[in-house]
Design a protein around this ligand. Structure first.
Ligand SMILES: [Zn+2]
Ligand SMILES: [Zn+2]
Length: 251
């Protein structure tokens, strides 16, 4: 695959995501740009973004033409909405093949994203609204409007609800497709978090391996039209709290 911007060959680099997975992204050693799969930018820590963007490019000139998607050959357009500040340039494929960050832009984007999340937390705006600023692609909002009824949070017992509500916000399920959802929630104090599925899937995900307040998990490979149940375990200062079951269904 060649660089969307300068057409030099891309090389793979492996990165660790904030939800404990290892993914590969494409790096251009000529212009220093990076091509990332859709949504992956949301799952990188600032430290990872800093490492990734520390590449020393051979060429200092950034092409003036717009980049071309290496998967489908269509022109990538720069994202001009709330999710990307005006001084940061991120290009996205119209067919949702991924995002291209010219050199330095990934780190700038992550810093802006982090600042915006802190802002929302500081002003007590729920993560649901904050979500609008942390997913850089329009498709998510389309998915939410098109499928408003698919998410069912089953009621949990009063006692547990009060206990859990003291510690975390109710998880928000954002459907990406019929086989992929994002699970997000905030904790009042920084916590390590893991999600264990109890129905529909036999898997445990470590979401936050270092204590933090915003938690985001990407679950792929689900089955369409299926009920899933999961519990969240929080580790706050080595004290473990486990929530009751939460439920969602895929469309
Ligand atoms: Zn390049
Ligand atoms: Zn494409």
């Amino acid at each position: 695959m060649n660089c969307p911007h300068c057409n030099s060959p891309l090389s793979f680099i492996a990165i660790d995501t904030t939800d404990g997975q290892t993914k590969s992204i494409d790096e251009c050693l000529n212009c220093g740009g990076h091509f990332l799969p859709p949504y992956l930018a949301n799952f990188l820590s600032i430290e990872t973004a800093k490492n990734v963007d520390s590449v020393l490019p051979k060429s200092k000139t950034v092409p003036s033409s717009s980049p071309v998607c290496p998967k489908c050959g269509q022109n990538m357009s720069s994202i001009k909405d709330d999710s990307v500040p005006g001084n940061v340039t991120v290009f996205t494929c119209p067919n949702n093949h991924g995002d291209f960050f010219p050199i330095g832009q990934l780190l700038q984007f992550k810093k802006a994203q982090q600042a915006k999340i802190y802002y929302h937390k500081l002003w007590g705006i729920p993560l649901k609204s904050a979500f609008a600023v942390i997913i850089p692609l329009v498709i998510v909002f389309t998915a939410i409007t098109a499928m408003p009824t698919i998410v069912k949070q089953l009621s949990i017992t009063q006692e547990t609800r009060i206990k859990a509500d003291d510690i975390l916000t109710p998880p928000l399920i954002t459907p990406i497709s019929s086989t992929q959802v994002l699970i997000s929630f905030s904790t009042k104090s920084p916590a390590k978090a893991q999600v264990r599925f109890t129905e529909g899937l036999d898997q445990t995900f470590a979401i936050s391996q270092t204590p933090q307040s915003n938690h985001l998990l990407n679950v792929e490979g689900l089955t369409s039209g299926t009920l899933y149940k999961y519990i969240i375990t929080l580790n706050i200062n080595e004290k473990l709290t486990t929530t009751d079951e939460y439920t969602f269904a895929t469309p």
